[in-house]
Design a protein around this ligand. Structure first.
Ligand code: KIV
Length: 268
């Protein structure tokens, strides 16, 4: 398993860091088998796995439940877990308590918080020993205010994001996710910081990339942000397999000889 320091070293060595979201045992297991450097138990699980229309309804208990399954599926991969909406917005003490709870109970390697209003929580969590990943640009927990669109697209917005990234690093963040921002800005921020940046919709010049598992594999996902590239089509493969199974049951083709216990227990 990579350590936080090794991820920083990868940046220095200009070796790209791979990250994908994982929400359960099988997606974690597959991602570890595929050799991903890091996994993110994103609160995007609210949409991809739980069928909500945003991340806002996801609870701390949901995150703990899913992150534990990911840890079991990928015992040897660096796991980052999201603090969900509302779990760090009601005061620094409550926020830090929730960070510690999430970190301790899941066995994750780092905890991610969106936005810059939580600087004090980042500072206190890091000094308590928890590696923290910041998240700037489009922060899905705030889409009610910002909308799902590119962020920091003006000069002032870009300058603000640069300031925020510096403050997050100074507060002790060990990594920063940059979401849906112009590629030249993401490159500038990546060059400026010592800690790795992980981009999603932020161009190729960040220190690593993250995509949502269900988007890149087309698994139950029907929305397609501009920045997603699909690498497989689980939707088609899954529906086709399920149709074949249902048809074979209807036609009494399944189960067959090979899938039936043959020992006779009744005389005929
Ligand atoms: O929750 C999530 O999946 C995320 C990624 C979009 C970075 O935060």
């Amino acid at each position: 398993m990579k350590t936080t320091n090794e991820l920083v070293q990868m940046k220095r060595d200009k070796e790209k860091i791979t990250m994908v979201t994982a929400y359960d045992y099988p997606s974690a297991k597959q991602s570890e088998q595929a050799g991903l450097d890091t996994l993110l138990v994103g609160d995007s699980l609210g949409m991809t796995v739980l069928g909500y229309d945003s991340t806002v309804k996801v609870t701390l208990d949901d995150m703990i439940h899913h992150a534990k399954a990911v840890r079991r599926g990928a015992p040897d991969t660096y796991v980052v877990v999201d603090m969900p909406f509302g779990s760090y917005h009601t005061g620094d003490d409550a926020g830090v308590r929730n960070v510690l709870d999430l970190y301790r109970s899941t066995g994750a390697n780092a905890v991610k918080l969106e936005g810059i209003e939580c600087l004090e929580i980042i500072r206190r969590s890091v000094s308590a020993g928890v590696p923290v990943c910041a998240h700037l640009g489009l922060t899905p927990q705030s889409v009610g205010v910002t909308g799902f669109k590119m962020q920091a697209a003006t000069t002032e917005g870009a300058e603000q994001l640069i300031e925020d990234a510096k403050r997050a690093e100074a507060a002790g963040a060990t990594m920063i996710v940059l979401e849906a921002i112009p590629a030249d800005l993401a490159e500038k921020v990546s060059d400026m910081l010592d800690i790795p940046t992980i981009g999603i919709g932020a161009g190729v010049n960040t220190d690593g990339q993250v995509l949502v598992y269900h988007d890149l594999l087309q698994y139950g996902s029907d929305r397609q942000p501009k920045f997603v590239k699909t690498y497989s089509d689980f939707n088609t493969a899954g529906v086709s397999g399920l149709k074949s199974y249902a048809a074979e049951v209807k036609e009494s083709v399944f189960p067959d000889e090979t899938t039936t216990y043959k020992k006779r227990v009744f005389d005929q």
